[in-house]
Design a protein around this ligand. Structure first.
Ligand SMILES: [Zn+2]
Length: 347
């Protein structure tokens, strides 16, 4: 009996040596380990044996079965590896320098508007700064004159992190850092002019005009004798350049803790032309720009003497501006990742 086990093992090894692909290997596996295979045939013979032989023979057959199984597996792995190697060897070489025949991608509408505004302000001598998205409570609130217990710090609106930091709720979070980085202009130097775009986060219910992730762009100008006239001039230049046409605006007093006095600059809704639509909540106007003269406290916290220097700041809803410029009626499109929808907006 044991002789026949040895014979079967030899026959298997001979057959395995002739296998050249996984299909043949599978056939071999079925022939030896299948329900009606050679090993199963041996098992059947166990029934006719006495206990002593059954034990000895059974053990040998099991060893053989495991050996065949292991050989088939390792041979299968070798075949897989060889196939992969061949694929790599035969793969078409990819030349990155050949122009693609695939359609080109397009810039996101926010990026288009952001770059456009950056260009406008750079031409007027502004520096572009980048603010962190994760901020300290101090930078996001205290440093821009929003003390504890102020409604703007409502937990509902802010995403706090477990370490006490937060996702910035407005680009103003970079004001303190920028003031400290550049400082007030020295005698004879031009005013400090900085533009800082960024992604902001608030815990909002998402609908056609609200998003929890949105873009703002903030600007500051600090120097001696900077006044509201300077602010109005820059806002006018900005809007006419962005929209490439005359835009109706209105300026209303607005309260923002970081400016004094503060204004709210609204533009005539470009979607409905002022008739009223869901985007402008049927008012015909859209709040576009909170702006004003930088609060003395904010200058002081930024290390700038408010008795010597003044400055203006404005925050621009970049998301809203992109919607106006491209006639996007649903804010959700912007973060949707829907290429088909986003690709229609080109400059
Ligand atoms: Zn409207």
């Amino acid at each position: 009996m044991l002789e026949s086990v040895e014979k079967l093992k030899a026959a298997f090894e001979e057959a395995l040596a002739k296998v050249s692909d996984s299909e043949e290997l599978e056939k071999l596996r079925i022939a030896y380990l299948g329900k009606k295979g050679a090993v199963a045939d041996f098992m059947k013979e166990l029934k006719n044996m006495d206990n002593e032989s059954k034990k000895e023979f059974g053990k040998e057959v099991n060893i053989l079965k495991d050996a065949i199984d292991a050989s088939i597996r390792s041979f299968g792995e070798k075949l897989d590896q060889a196939r992969l190697d061949a694929q790599i060897r035969n793969a078409k070489k990819f030349d990155f320098t050949i122009p693609s025949d695939q359609p080109e991608g397009s810039l996101h509408p926010i990026t288009i508007v952001q770059r456009r505004i950056e260009d406008i302000f750079k031409s007027m001598g502004f520096i572009i700064e980048d603010g962190l998205e994760i901020q300290t409570e101090y930078n996001n609130f205290e440093a821009v004159n929003i003390p504890k217990n102020h409604p703007a710090r409502d937990m509902q609106d802010t995403y706090y992190l477990s370490n006490g930091q937060l996702l910035k709720t407005h680009t103003s979070a970079a004001q303190n850092y920028i003031m400290r980085k550049y400082g007030a202009p020295k005698k004879g130097e031009p005013p400090l002019k900085v533009l800082f775009p960024g992604r902001c986060f608030r815990n909002e219910n998402i609908d056609a005009c609200h998003e929890n992730t949105f873009w703002q762009m903030e600007g500051m100008m600090i120097g001696e004798d900077i006044s509201i006239s300077n602010l109005i001039y820059f806002m006018k230049v900005l809007l006419s350049e962005v929209f490439e046409r005359d835009i109706k605006v209105r300026l209303r007093p607005g309260f923002f803790p970081f400016v004094e006095p503060g204004f709210e600059l609204d533009i005539n809704c470009l979607i409905c032309g002022g008739e009223g639509c869901p985007t402008c909540k049927n008012s015909g106007w859209l709040e576009l720009l909170p702006c004003g003269m930088i609060h003395p406290n904010v200058l002081r916290m930024g290390g700038i003497d408010p008795d010597k220097y003044t400055g203006f700041a404005f925050g621009l809803g970049l998301t809203r501006l992109a919607m106006m410029k491209f006639g996007i009626t649903d804010i959700r499109v912007l973060n949707s990742g829907n290429l088909k929808a986003l690709k229609q907006f080109v400059d």
